[in-house]
Write a protein that binds this ligand. Sequence first.
Ligand code: AVI
Length: 336
Amino acid sequence: MTVKHLKVLHQHNSDVNQVIYKDGDDVIEGLTQNPKTLPAKYFYDDRGSELFEQICDLPEYYPTRTEALILKQYADEIATITGSCELVELGSGSSTKTHYLLDAYQKVTNSLTESIPDTFSYIPIDVSGGILKTTVLHLQDKYHDLSVEGLLGTYEEALLHLGKNHGRSRMIFFLGSSIGNFNQAESNDFLSKVSHALTKGDYFLLGIDLQKPKEILEAAYNDSQEVTAAFNLNMLAHLNWCFQGNFDLNLFTHQAIYNEVDRQIEMYLYTKSSHQVSLDILDLKIQLETGESILTEISRKFDLEAIQVQLRSQGLETVKIWTDPQQWFGLVLCQV
Ligand code: AVI
């Protein structure tokens, strides 16, 4: 089915039903180093995106509902501070929490006098074509006065594609503490690209998971229904599909630990027995030993002071911060 208002940014793939990224150099690099790693971006094929949606509803996984509560409570205030503007969401997924913002910006836009022509526009950006397509269709149905254009691509591609916003203000938002999946250097690079896609006076809204006791963190990433385990293992199925591989998912187990020194959750796949794996398209054969680990994801946990310093170093000045009563999650609004 063709969807109007969905643009494919990735040069090598014009099928919106597919997930992009097929290059594989990063896989070779990760699997040939010691200890082994795999890039977290390979979680998100359509099955991985679906599993992630299920993770967000798990009782142990507090970030999504805590951030949603903050948004529900403060979306109107955020919209009042920034005023009507073009909304750009990086890593939109199913845009569930975004409804609070869209409702608030719809009100702000409708409250403008008729003499000021303004539109209410939303640009969701994601690497998963299936979920983006569903989101765009759903939003077009729900908000008749919303102009929505989905961009299928990576953050880098999308931020470059957006260019500077001429004429009206923009707010880019990045929710769910996805910035925690970047290491310090990657997050600096990411924030610098965000900053370059904004013009003086524009806004950036960032959701961050805050530091808290190890037990709460580890439970959130080792859930009792084992959905996170399925999500982690699905990366191997995705790699099999992308690169004609023969990872046997039954030979791996999932475990997440909180590294208190680096203040990050680390998600691992451990091998149950020694075996060989090949990825034919990459011309790669690797030997895995019993109990060997593959690090698939880090999820950093933040401190409000430190993140403000980091944002400022990229030209993003904090305007206001909102948290929940337990201070488990934070929303930082900053301005160029
Ligand atoms: C997308 N990201 C913010 C999630 C997180 O919490 O780091 C990914 C995730 N991995 C396992 N559970 C959730």
